[in-house]
Design a binder for this molecule. Structure first.
Ligand code: 2PG
Length: 223
């Protein structure tokens, strides 16, 4: 038996201002920091001894992970960072206010870009060349659908998360709304259409218990 805990970062400054974010590296708000620590305290009641924690290259997730590990007194465990757990890339929508985009394109298109599996948001003309992605040997995408995000995330599940869970090692993943939707879709075998109704809330831990074949024995949402 093993447990996998998924947590979306606490409220970010872009969540607060209702701004499209994706790979923009925005900070947590004070409320977001407090919520991440509280998420850790809730997790603490389950007394899970994590063998490793995994997060993205984005500071809102990294900082949330640190706060959770601090709350459960497990800062000493290995912490792995990967671009594969980054948020789905919102392309040219990033930095734009959601209400402005919704007004410009209408409810249907707005919701397609946000929650459908296949819709690709408008692409960026140019992408910055950040050291973190150069070191990882990748180019930042110009935009991603949820499917594209899922395609780059699932190798991390196959190579890093699934083998550890099969070996009975409990794992913590702190990531983002849509990168976690992609993971939930895979784990729960949700259809391409069904995923548009799935939301992963800030700082609300989702706790899966698996058997050694990674069949789900239990799912708890610590809201
Ligand atoms: O902007 C984003 O990157 C995401 C997550 O905050 O927003 P949404 O929930 O609209 O997909």
């Amino acid at each position: 038996m093993s447990r996998l805990v998924l947590v979306r970062h606490g409220e970010s400054t872009a969540n607060y201002t209702k701004t499209f974010t994706g790979w923009s590296d925005v900070a947590l708000t004070e409320r977001g920091r407090a919520a991440a620590f509280t998420a850790g305290q809730k997790l603490g009641r389950l007394q899970i001894q994590f063998k490793a924690a995994h997060t993205s290259y984005l500071k809102r997730a990294i900082e949330s992970e640190n706060l959770i590990l601090e709350a459960i007194h497990q800062l000493e465990i290995p912490q792995y960072k990967t671009w594969r757990l980054n948020e789905r890339h919102y392309g040219a929508l990033r930095g734009q206010k959601k209400a402005t985009v919704r007004q410009a394109v209408g409810d249907w298109q707005f919701q397609q870009w946000r929650r459908s599996y296949a819709a690709v948001p408008p692409q960026l003309d140019q992408v910055p060349r950040l050291r973190r992605y150069q070191m990882a040997g990748i180019r930042e995408p110009r935009a991603e659908s949820l499917k594209m995000a899922s395609d780059r995330l699932l190798p991390y599940w196959q190579d890093q998360l699934a083998p550890r869970l099969r070996a009975g090692q409990d794992q913590l993943v702190v990531a983002h709304g849509s990168s976690l939707r992609a993971l939930v879709k895979w784990i729960e075998e949700i259809s391409d259409c069904g995923i548009d109704g799935v939301e992963v809330l800030n700082a609300v831990p989702i706790v899966y218990t698996f058997d050694p074949q990674l069949q789900i024995l239990d799912k708890q949402v610590l809201s």
